[in-house]
Design a protein around this ligand. Structure first.
Ligand code: FES
Length: 121
């Protein structure tokens, strides 16, 4: 394991990302809501460049007491990464597909130390 320098914390704005390469791996490092996340830039569906996808808030469905859909809204707390090839979504917090834990991104640990952001590879 090695810590790879990604950049300075001050370079990252909320919702920004940076792709870094180490040996044969391309890793996307994201800053979302003041947290850092890192994933392999390969979608588990068909290998698409998932780390180049959109960052979207989770869509929440509100139900009545009878369990009928009332309305939809965007979450203010949970964000997903959307693969640009076929639209599979992955939770930033876990790297997992919201509909199935069987689909997940390969995650990497991140660390911020004295304004420097690192990813452990
Ligand atoms: S390759 Fe990512 S959704 Fe198909």
């Amino acid at each position: 394991m090695a810590d790879v320098f990604v950049g300075y914390r001050s370079e990252f704005q909320d919702g920004s990302r940076k792709l870094v390469t180490n040996d044969r791996l391309e890793i996307g490092v994201f800053c979302v809501k003041d947290e850092f996340y890192a994933f392999l830039n390969s979608c588990p569906h068909q290998g698409g460049p998932v780390c180049q996808g959109r960052i979207m808030p989770r869509v929440e469905e509100h139900l009545s007491a009878e369990q009928k859909s009332i309305r939809m809204s965007f979450s203010e707390d949970e964000f997903h990464l959307v693969c640009p090839w076929h639209g599979y979504e992955f939770r930033f917090a876990t790297g997992k597909h919201p509909g199935s834990d069987a689909y997940g991104l390969r995650r990497f640990e991140t660390r911020v130390e004295e304004d420097k952001v690192y990813v452990r590879v």
